[in-house]
Design a binder for this molecule. Structure first.
Ligand SMILES: Cc1ncc(C[n+]2csc(CCOP(=O)(O)OP(=O)(O)O)c2C)c(N)n1
Ligand SMILES: [Mg+2]
Length: 555
C-alpha cells in the first residue's frame, strides 16, 4: 500500500512535473526523495533552496506544467522564500514541500518557525498535511496547484505525516489566514465572463470593432502555444502591431512583421503607443509593469485567463477567458487596421538605435549582438536583473513563447542561472539517447547576480547541462550605480571588486573563457558552443553607457 509520499509523487507525475529540486534535510524530505526515486521522478540537488524554487519555476514556464521543490524545516524553509516569492509574482505554478517536526514535538523550539505563516503572503495556498480521514487534502493541494492564476502552493510536511498509512488517511489543513483571493477565481476557471458589469461585453465589442489603429500589448498570461498562434494570426490578418512584455517575448517574434517592440510602461515605447486609438491587452497582468502611473489616454481592454486589478491600469473592460478562442473571436469583428507596419518596424529599429550608445571597449549591447548572432536561433535565453538586462531584453530576438526566461514580477537577482538549469534539464532529457545535441540555454547575468547563485554552476556541471553562462563582468552593481549617478550621488556600496570568473567556473568543472573585445567574444562563443556540458564566458565590459541607455528606455 502506498504511503503519502508516494501519493504526492504520483500526483506530481500525473500533472506533468518533470523534476523535484531541493536541498534535503532529514525527516519527511527523505520519504519524498525516496518516493521520487521509486516513481522515476528525478531529484535534482541544487546549491541553494531559492535556486531550487527558481529551477522549478523555469520548468513550469517551459512545460506549462507545475514544477516542484523541497526544503528542510527552519533554515531551508527560510532560504527558499525568495524563490517562492519569485514564482508568486511571476505567476508560476510550483509545489513547495517543507519538512517539519512531528506535530507532537512542537514544544522543542530548535529550528522551529511558523512556516505556514511565513509562506502565506507569497503563495496561493499554504497548508499542512496531517493525518485525518477526509481524504480530500491531496486533491485540494493539486486543485490549488493547477488553478488560475498560476502560482506557488506550500505544503508543510510534518515528519509523522509520511508514516506508512493508506492514502485515504491524509488531509491537508489550511493556513489560518487566506493569502490570495484565488478561491473565487478557482470557481470561475472554466467560465468566460466580462467585467466590470454585465454590459461590458457590448462595450468591449464596440471598442474593438470601432478601432482604426488598435495596438496589442501581449503579456505573461498569453504564453501558451495556442495563444501565440491565435495572436499572430490576428496580427497578420488585421495588420495589427503587437508589443510584448519581457515575459511575453517570443509570443510575437521580434522578426514578425507586426512586432512593435517591448512594453515595460517606460518611455521608449510611448511614441508608438501614442499613435494607437485602442490598446488591447492580451494576457496583460499589471504585475509586469514598471511602477509608474498609467498615463495613456486611449481606452484599454484586456483578455486574460484571470481577473487582474484595475487600480494601476484602468481597463475599460476585461474579458476573463481562454485567450486563443477569445482572440479568434475578436479577429472576426475587427476591420483591417490603418497602421503602416513598415513605419512601426522603423520605429522599433529607431529604439534599437537609441540604445546603441557608444562606449570604449566591449559595450554591453555588442555582447548581446555578438552572442545573439550565434546563439539566438538555436538557444533559449535566461536573463538576470541588472543593467545588462536592458540591452538583453531589447536586442535579443526571441521566436517562441518562453524563449526568454526572466523574473519580471519580482525582478530578482540570482535568477538566470537556476532558471537555465530548469530549462536545460528539459532540453537534456529531450535528447538523451537520440545522438542529437541538446539545445543550448544561454544565461545572461551580471557579476552581482552571479555572486548570489554561483554555486549552481556546480549543479550545471553535475547534471551535464548545456548552459552557456555569459557574465557581464563590470565589478559593479551597475544598475544601482547609475541610479546614484542620476541623483548626482557618488557611488556607494556598489563596487564589487574583480572576480576571475573563468577560473571559478573551471574549479566547478565548467569550461571557462574570457573576452574583452568583440573578436575575443566571438571566438569564446564558438568554443563554448562546442561544449556539450556547461561553459562560462567572462565578458569584461565597459559599463560607461548604461546610464544613457537607461535614460533612453525609461526616460
Ligand atoms: C535579490 C536582489 N537583491 C537586490 C536587488 C536590487 N538590484 C537590482 S539590479 C542590482 C544590481 C545588479 O548588479 P549586477 O548583477 O552586477 O548587474 P549589473 O547591473 O552590473 O548589470 C541590484 C542590487 C534585486 N533586484 N534582487
Ligand atoms: Mg555588475
Amino acid at each position: 500500500m502506498s504511503g503519502l509520499a508516494d501519493v504526492l509523487v504520483e500526483r506530481l507525475r500525473a500533472v506533468g512535473t518533470r523534476a523535484l529540486f531541493g536541498v534535503p534535510g532529514g525527516g519527511g524530505n527523505l520519504d519524498l526523495i525516496e518516493a521520487a526515486r521509486r516513481a522515476g521522478l528525478p531529484f535534482v540537488l541544487t546549491s541553494t533552496e531559492t535556486g531550487a524554487a527558481i529551477a522549478a519555476m523555469a520548468q513550469a514556464e517551459v512545460t506549462g506544467r507545475p514544477g516542484a521543490c523541497l526544503t528542510t524545516l527552519g533554515p531551508g524553509a527560510a532560504s527558499v522564500v525568495n524563490g517562492v516569492a519569485c514564482a508568486y509574482l511571476d505567476r508560476a505554478p510550483i509545489a513547495v514541500f517543507t519538512d517539519n517536526s512531528p506535530v507532537g514535538t512542537r514544544h522543542f523550539s530548535h529550528q522551529q518557525l511558523d512556516q505556514l505563516a511565513m509562506f502565506a503572503p507569497i503563495t496561493k495556498w499554504s497548508g499542512r498535511l496531517t493525518s485525518g480521514d477526509d481524504g480530500g487534502g491531496v486533491d485540494r493541494i493539486f486543485q490549488e496547484l493547477t488553478s488560475l492564476p498560476p502560482g506557488p502552493v506550500h505544503i508543510d510536511c510534518p515528519g509523522d505525516a509520511f508514516a506508512k498509512r493508506p492514502r485515504e488517511s491524509f488531509s491537508a489543513e489550511k493556513q489560518p489566514q487566506e493569502s490570495f483571493s484565488g478561491s473565487e477565481q478557482t470557481e470561475n476557471d472554466s467560465r468566460s465572463y466580462f467585467l466590470p458589469e454585465n454590459d461590458s461585453r457590448g462595450r468591449f465589442d464596440a471598442l474593438v470593432s470601432g478601432a482604426r489603429r488598435p495596438l496589442l500589448i501581449v503579456g505573461l498570461g498569453a504564453r501558451q502555444g495556442a495563444d501565440a498562434a491565435a495572436i499572430r494570426h490576428l496580427c497578420e490578418q488585421r495588420q495589427v502591431p503587437a508589443m510584448v512584455t519581457y515575459k511575453a517575448k517570443g509570443v510575437v517574434p521580434d522578426a514578425h512583421e507586426c512586432f512593435a517592440g517591448v512594453f515595460t510602461n517606460g518611455f521608449i515605447e510611448r511614441a508608438l503607443i501614442g499613435q494607437a486609438d485602442l490598446i488591447i491587452g492580451i494576457g496583460l497582468d499589471p504585475i509586469e509593469l514598471l511602477p509608474r502611473p498609467w498615463t495613456f489616454v486611449q481606452p484599454i481592454v484586456n483578455i486574460n485567463p484571470w481577473l487582474v486589478p484595475t487600480d494601476h491600469v484602468p481597463f475599460a473592460a476585461q474579458w476573463v477567458t481562454d485567450i486563443a478562442s477569445a482572440v479568434g473571436a475578436i479577429e472576426s469583428h475587427m476591420r483591417p487596421s490603418e497602421w503602416d507596419l513598415d513605419a512601426v518596424a522603423r520605429a522599433v529599429q529607431e529604439q534599437r538605435r537609441l540604445i546603441d550608445v557608444p562606449g570604449t571597449g566591449l559595450t554591453p549591447q555588442r555582447v548581446i549582438e555578438v552572442a545573439a548572432r550565434a546563439l539566438a536561433a538555436p538557444g533559449r535565453l535566461s536573463v538576470d536583473a541588472g543593467a545588462h538586462m536592458l540591452p538583453a531584453t531589447m536586442l535579443w530576438p526571441v521566436a517562441e513563447p518562453n524563449g526568454l526566461l526572466i523574473s519580471n514580477g519580482l525582478s530578482t537577482m540570482g535568477f538566470a542561472l537556476p532558471a537555465a538549469i530548469g530549462a536545460a534539464l528539459i532540453e537534456r532529457d529531450a535528447t538523451t539517447g537520440t545522438g542529437v545535441r541538446a539545445r543550448p540555454v544561454v544565461a545572461i547575468i551580471g557579476d552581482g547576480g552571479l555572486l548570489m547563485c554561483a554555486g549552481e554552476l556546480l549543479t550545471a556541471a553535475r547534471e551535464k547541462l548545456r548552459i552557456m553562462t555569459i557574465v557581464f563582468s563590470d565589478a559593479s552593481l551597475s544598475l544601482i550605480e547609475i541610479k546614484q549617478q542620476a541623483r548626482q550621488l557618488p557611488p556607494a556600496g556598489v563596487a564589487l571588486g574583480a572576480v576571475r570568473w573563468a577560473a571559478l567556473a573551471e574549479s566547478f568543472g565548467v569550461a571557462g573563457f574570457v573576452a574583452s573585445t568583440d573578436d575575443e567574444l566571438a571566438a569564446a562563443i564558438d568554443q563554448a558552443a562546442a561544449c556539450n556540458g556547461p561553459s562560462l564566458i567572462e565578458a569584461t565590459i565597459d559599463r560607461s553607457n548604461y546610464g544613457a541607455m537607461l535614460r533612453a528606455i525609461r526616460g
